[in-house]
Ligand binder design. Structure first.
Ligand code: ZN
Length: 285
């Protein structure tokens, strides 16, 4: 056991140093929310999928279309994975999205893709839980700080063999969608956007916490697809995540995913964002 080292004489001064934002994001390319909103007004629904509780389902969204995730029947949290439909190696990058936007995301903020692409893949255009803000515990909704509930951590902490964690749900859904085995699908599953989940870090120990989601049936989170997307959404076995998330104990409800196509020409000369402009030489010629 290591003991806590003695604090230096100027400890208070060192702690009093003011923080600076790591990535000021005022130079991020801004989404044209007015254009998206105009395009959404004339958009027509093209499909939907109802995600079964404690399971996941895949869906595809062409670039320039919208998709909406809605709570139905009861409070339920969703774990969302997104890929470039044409290249699964380009996928949602939770860590960089967190570094750019903060621990939780809402309207006007974006889900960014992995290196070397690093471009927006989806922009949040509506969030009926946008009123929640940050509560007295430091909790908020739609986080990019969690990973996804998974059977490995359950086994590590409790020796369990539980098969309906979001990680396994996402793995099975992707395998079924692509016609590949779970073993082939699993490496594509990645850290999620925790849709509707209410989370934060405790101030005293810095631990990841969850609490009952404020989501109610009718609440939704809606996105604009910046590139051709393959999505997978798991209706977490934690339900509203008020207590447990790796068992069949919690009450769970379905989640609805709907896709909408804008009218012809509604997006004007909008185009998918290009891949990141870094030359990838890494200092070698
Ligand atoms: Zn989960």
């Amino acid at each position: 056991m290591s003991s806590t080292p003695a604090a230096p004489a100027d400890a208070a001064d060192r702690r009093a140093v003011k923080p600076v934002i790591c990535y000021p994001n005022d130079t991020l390319p801004a989404p044209d929310l007015a254009l998206y909103s105009q395009a959404r007004e004339g958009a027509a629904k093209t499909g939907e999928v109802l995600v079964t509780p404690r399971d996941a389902a895949c869906f595809e969204v062409p670039a320039g279309h919208f998709f909406r995730i809605t709570s139905v029947e009861g409070p339920q949290v969703g774990d969302l994975n997104l890929w470039n439909k044409n290249d699964l190696s380009e996928r949602f990058y939770s860590g960089k999205t967190r570094a750019l936007h903060g621990t939780h995301i809402t309207t006007g903020e974006r889900m960014w893709t992995s290196f070397p692409h690093l471009r927006p893949m989806a922009t949040i255009v509506a969030d009926t839980l946008g009123w929640y803000g940050i509560d007295e515990f430091g909790g908020s909704v739609h986080d990019v700080i969690g990973t996804r509930c998974d059977p490995y951590t359950g086994n590590l902490l409790a020796g369990s063999q539980y098969h309906h964690c979001c990680h396994s749900n996402l793995t099975r859904a992707l395998a079924d969608h692509l016609g590949i085995s779970p073993a082939e699908a699993e490496p594509h599953v990645h850290d999620v956007l925790n849709v509707f989940m209410c989370t934060g870090f405790t101030r005293d120990t810095g631990q990841y916490f969850m609490k009952a989601s404020p989501v109610r049936p009718g609440d939704y989170l809606e996105f604009f697809a910046e590139i051709d997307l393959l999505g997978s959404l798991s209706a977490c076995p934690g339900g509203d995540c008020s207590a447990e998330h790796s068992s069949d104990t919690a009450a769970c409800y379905p989640l609805l995913v709907e896709v909408f196509a804008p009218g012809e020409g509604a997006l004007g000369d909008w185009r998918s964002p290009p891949r990141n402009g870094y030359d990838r030489s890494h200092g070698r010629s």
